[in-house]
Ligand binder design. Structure first.
Ligand code: AP5
Length: 234
């Protein structure tokens, strides 16, 4: 069974410590977080999840967390201005990163483009995890996340070795509060209306990689590694 710690790293197709800027796109539960964490370990570049950053804000009751909480619980998007500022602040000292769950609207994508071109750091590629909506409810309702390091598990498809305990850091596993049926349904509708248009946006820039998200976690990770290598700058 797959685990982030145990993942088999193939005779390095991708060079460790590369400079790359990558975005993960896909509907809720498609595996963006899972695959972004695997790729982050392989490339030794940080995974930046706006969902994780916002949840941290909610847990710590920060000003951003207080504003974001209501949107997140209902499965809607947090306003662009809040999320863009969060990302701007997080990436300002990075030259490589994997963005997981950002951008999610055309406005966010345009602002990201502007920000990165000012920093002279264009995106290298955008990985779109393509999957029909049917399997996603089961994935989300069985998801477990580590409270300490945000590692992602699934009760059936990727269980931890010890029930309720993170394999990576020993932290406590929990079920996200937005993985209720009502919030999941709203997240799907929001994805279709606001995020799916980004597929054409990035396709027109010739940096879109589409991956079949119905395969196993390991198979998808291998495909992503093979594809991403072609966008690596020498
Ligand atoms: P966020 O945390 O980004 O949630 P999401 O987009 O709904 O995506 P998920 O985290 O639910 O799914 P995932 O694709 O990462 O799948 P995962 O790898 O966990 O955002 C939460 C909220 O924050 C949003 O609703 C919004 O309110 C706000 N927000 C965040 N970013 C924002 C932005 N940019 N703008 C505005 N608001 C924003 O996998 C799911 C499960 O499936 C796991 O259990 C996993 O083990 C399992 N799994 C994964 N791959 C496979 C596979 N191949 N086979 C079987 N099981 C698998």
């Amino acid at each position: 069974m797959f685990s982030i710690q145990k993942i088999f790293i193939s005779p390095t197709i991708l060079t460790n410590g590369v400079i790359m800027r990558i975005v993960f796109l896909g509907p809720p539960g498609s595996g963006k977080g899972t695959q972004a964490q695997v790729l982050s370990q392989k490339l030794h570049i940080p995974q930046i999840s706006t969902g994780d950053l916002l949840r941290e804000g909610v847990d710590q009751n920060t000003a951003i967390g207080q504003k974001a909480k209501e949107y997140m619980e209902k499965g809607g998007l947090v306003p662009d201005s809040i999320v863009i500022e969060l990302v701007r602040e997080r990436i300002k000292d990075e030259n490589s990163f994997i963005l997981d769950g950002f951008p999610r609207t055309i406005t966010q994508a345009q602002q990201l483009n502007r920000l990165l071109s000012r920093m002279n750091m264009p995106l290298d590629c955008v990985i779109n995890i393509d999957i029909p909506l049917e399997p996603l409810i089961e994935r989300l309702s069985g998801r477990l996340t580590c409270k300490s390091c945000n590692a992602i598990y699934h009760k059936t498809y990727n269980p931890p070795q010890k029930e309720g305990i993170c394999d990576v850091c020993g932290g406590e596993l929990y079920q996200r509060s937005d993985d209720t049926e009502a919030a999941i349904t709203h997240r799907f509708e929001t994805y279709k209306a606001q995020t799916e248009p980004l597929i054409s946006f990035y396709s027109s820039k010739n940096i879109l990689i589409t991956i079949d998200g119905t395969q196993s976690i390991d198979d998808i990770a291998q495909k992503i590694e093979q594809e991403v290598t072609q966008y690596q700058r020498s």
